[in-house]
Design a protein around this ligand. Sequence first.
Ligand SMILES: [Zn+2]
Length: 304
Amino acid sequence: MLIGPNGSGEFNQQSAIDNQQFTDQLIAAVLNSLTVDVEEWFHICGVPLLQSETWSRLPSRVEQTTRMLLDELDAAGITGTFFIVGWIAERYPKLVGLILAAGHDVGSHSFWHRRVYDLDRATFADDLRASVTALGAAGTPAITAFRAPEWSINHRSEWALEVLVQQGFTADASMAPLRIVGDVSYPRGPYVRSTPVGSIIEVPPLVADRFGHAMPMGWGWGLRMSPPAQVLKEIERANKIGRPAVLTIHPWELDPDPPRVPLPLGLRFAHYFRLDGFPGRLRTILRGASFGPLQAAASRAGSD
Ligand SMILES: [Zn+2]
């Protein structure tokens, strides 16, 4: 329950108005986060057809689709955080420059876009270092935020948080409070994770409860299938308790002519379900709430 600004539990018309104003001010004070995972349409983990040896032979769409997304965010007056795959930063440094020039923050989305829990500690450390090197060579300032491919930091790979701390990262956005890819027991708002070598702020994505289950509301099929009004209602619900909502978009979700490959059912759903009309729905969502970089949400850590 929200306590009104006058601290009174008595109900009268004036306190109802005060409470409403208090709630409105609280919602206005919370800046949500708009994040982008900059990857190719073929950066899908665990698909033999799409192993890294094939990447340079596949048609690239990332420059065109990221530019579309940059235009959308520019039109909406939003800056966010772009988690860029190192392999892309190395091949398309000018694209990294465009993202920076538009005022966005940049983080790492790994170098080879592999699930963290499939790697050992040394391999993850090397991959992370390679991504930071590639981003730095493309002109980024120090990289301090990370998002793992497919939310792959969970109970199988919590050691990765130590590696992130050791390499100077201060924020991670890889642990989803969902059963399928993470754990429903994870907090739904930004919080501090302690590791033996120091702490890091964990910034989870927006989930919502539907039919007794948590579902991805801020990204992927959940974001694409939900009417904008419903997404905005869930954002407001989070903001009312002082919690920022974190959305995640992929440039390939805006592709007007996306290449496709046969995928197992779960991945097909995650990648291809309800792409039709998504740019228009996204436009409505972006104009219906306030968004900023991940750092804005991270700064509210511990408010849970
Ligand atoms: Zn990814």
